[in-house]
Design a binder for this molecule. Structure first.
Ligand SMILES: Nc1ncnc2c1ncn2[C@@H]1O[C@H](COP(=O)(O)OP(=O)(O)O)[C@@H](O)[C@H]1O
Ligand SMILES: [Mg+2]
Length: 267
């Protein structure tokens, strides 16, 4: 399955993708995690040591590879010949940690038509062409928005998760993303509310979510903050986070498989 996670900056996308990736990998899933946010921090959220991250060459710097795998830049995508399995992603493209293969997209210059550049094309092509079998999952941590997705890519995404926090601004962003995602034809769109602190927040989130499919409300968690202060991964440091990550992974997987999930990791 392929799951994309988006939402306003700072809402907790990377934290949540990191939790899902670790919990699913611990449950025996083969995970490919793609950090497609220019403000890249998925590596630390997964728990990769900074020294190892420094060695990874982001896809955006691998111009030759991107060209080679996508055909000429002008016809990018049409000559894509690679049909890798999650387990076959070439080592030079990723760093492996805790059973997760992490790919970094890196920063891309958006001036000059970033959407058709080979780097974005490679990420789109990866999403489209990576074959996932049972117990294999591609998780993509994105910037706010789905603008860089073409139709062919969104069709490949089984679930678009929009992360929000209890505040009007992140919901505004979520509604914009949802509108565009629906126009693009993404079938399954769901919300995860993060940093929910008490009853007033919960009431606010339920009211703002309206008809949107609210999968879970995750509490504002002092363990997550403490881990971040220590520059460590919260999944490594907190049993509470691990338990919540397991519940969240179960809900998300059930949603993709269209089995009714429960709002069971509410604060
Ligand atoms: N449930 C939570 N409780 C407390 N702090 C959180 C929680 N989730 C994320 N954070 C903190 O919020 C900040 C932004 O999280 P991050 O995952 O980097 O967001 P994004 O990837 O959406 O920009 C980080 O400092 C992170 O530790
Ligand atoms: Mg992030």
């Amino acid at each position: 399955m392929k799951i994309a996670v988006t939402g306003k900056g700072g809402v907790g996308k990377s934290t949540i993708v990191g939790m899902l990736a670790r919990a699913m990998a611990d449950d025996g899933w083969k995970i490919m995690a793609i950090d497609a946010d220019p403000d890249a921090n998925l590596g630390s959220a997964i728990g990769v040591a900074p020294t190892r991250l420094a060695d990874v060459v982001p896809i955006s710097r691998m111009k030759d590879l991107a060209r080679e795998r996508t055909g000429a830049a002008e016809t990018a995508g049409s000559h894509f010949i690679l049909n890798p399995r999650v387990s076959d992603i070439p080592d030079e493209l990723c760093v492996e940690h805790a059973g997760i293969k992490l790919l970094l997209m890196g920063t891309v210059d958006h001036a000059g038509g970033g959407c058709v550049c080979p780097e974005h094309t490679l990420v789109r092509a990866l999403l489209r062409h990576v074959l996932t079998r049972r117990q294999e999952c591609v998780l993509i941590d994105m910037e706010a928005g789905v603008e860089h997705f073409g139709r062919g890519t969104v069709e490949a995404v089984d679930l678009l998760v929009i992360v929000v926090e209890p505040g009007e601004r992140s919901f505004q962003t979520a509604r914009q993303i949802e509108k565009l995602a629906r126009e693009l034809g993404i079938a399954r769109i769901a919300l995860i509310a993060n940093k929910v602190d008490g009853a007033a927040d919960q009431t606010f989130v339920r009211a703002e979510a309206g008809d949107l499919d609210l999968l879970a409300m995750l509490p504002a968690d002092p363990d997550v903050r403490a881990s971040d202060r220590a520059g460590r991964c919260c999944y490594d440091l907190s049993e509470g986070v691990r338990a919540r990550a397991r519940q969240l992974a179960e809900i998300v997987v059930k949603r993709v498989l269209d089995e009714p999930g429960r709002l069971s990791c509410a604060s």
